[in-house]
Design a protein around this ligand. Structure first.
Ligand code: DGL
Length: 270
């Protein structure tokens, strides 16, 4: 049994880590499409084609269930994949729904009609492609009414984090928060809708102010996966070992990932 975890690059390792903490015995096959990262500035067609190719590769590893641990792929490609492409015996799940269920205080899979919820003003921070997709607003509208969402495309932050330039990443986060606050001065909640942003969570929180509840998705996704697997244990595939695959240069990706997560990670070529 193994579950696939896909990301455009190394950011999804934040999700993988949370899943490993929650389900320590579950083998996970991680695939980073580093050769084509970042996805956040690509077209939706491009993101769809790249994500499908990567998911097929994870199915070949015996992972019948694949988590898209990438907000950009979840936002720009997942709905189309589920509607037109995923065969009946496979599942592809994204990272948006668990976060929206937490925000709207819903149990997993609660499909009752949308209702009023406690939060009324939500700030979304994400990549330009995620913001352009409006997937967050669409999924939210299925579950909640009367919630005002202001989305801020955070250009440059992923690159600065990947380059290890913390000073630049912090300055960019602060300027994106300022830009958002000019349009929505008093958000009640903020959603960090990109795999890299949990690493900057303290800066987001500081720039937003103490009263704003910041939702970071890694733990929410891990919890939701654990819940899913107790309901659908047949989705545990046939793979047996954890591994890290990349479409990029395994040496370079391993060393960047080790720096990113502060523990040794060995990638192999797909
Ligand atoms: N992993 C992507 C996400 O969560 C960020 C990196 C990218 O742009 O590819 O949106």
């Amino acid at each position: 049994m193994a579950v696939g975890v896909f990301d455009s690059g190394i950011g999804g390792l934040t999700v993988l880590d949370a899943v490993t903490r929650r389900l320590p015995d579950l083998p996970l096959v991680y695939l980073g499409d580093n050769a084509h990262a970042p996805y956040g500035v690509r077209t939706h067609d491009d993101i769809f084609n790249l994500t499908c190719a990567a998911v097929e590769r994870l199915w070949a590893e015996g992972c019948d269930l694949v988590i898209l641990a990438c907000n950009t792929a979840s936002a720009a490609a997942l709905k189309r994949m589920q509607e037109t492409w995923v065969p009946k015996d496979k599942r592809v799940l994204g990272v948006f729904v668990p976060m929206i269920e937490a925000l709207t205080e819903r149990q997993w899979g609660d499909n009752s009609p949308p209702r009023e919820v406690a939060v009324k003003h939500v700030a979304l921070f994400a990549t330009p492609a995620t913001v352009a997709s409006r997937a967050f607003q669409r999924e939210l509208a299925f579950r909640a009414i009367g919630v005002d969402v202001e989305a801020q495309p955070c250009g440059g932050v992923v690159d600065a984090i990947e380059q290890g330039d913390e000073i630049l990443a912090e300055a960019l986060v602060r300027s994106h928060v300022e830009a958002l606050k000019r349009r929505m001065p008093h958000p009640e909640a903020a959603v960090l809708g990109c795999t890299h942003y949990p690493l900057m969570e303290a800066v987001f929180q500081d720039a937003l102010g103490e009263g704003v509840k910041v939702y970071s998705q890694a733990n929410l996704v891990a919890e939701s996966l654990a819940d899913y697997l107790t309901r659908r244990p047949e989705m545990l595939g046939t793979g047996t070992e954890s591994k890290f695959l990349t479409t990029g240069d395994p040496k370079a990706v391993s060393s960047k990932s080790t720096q990113f997560l502060r523990r040794r990670i060995e990638f192999q070529a797909v």
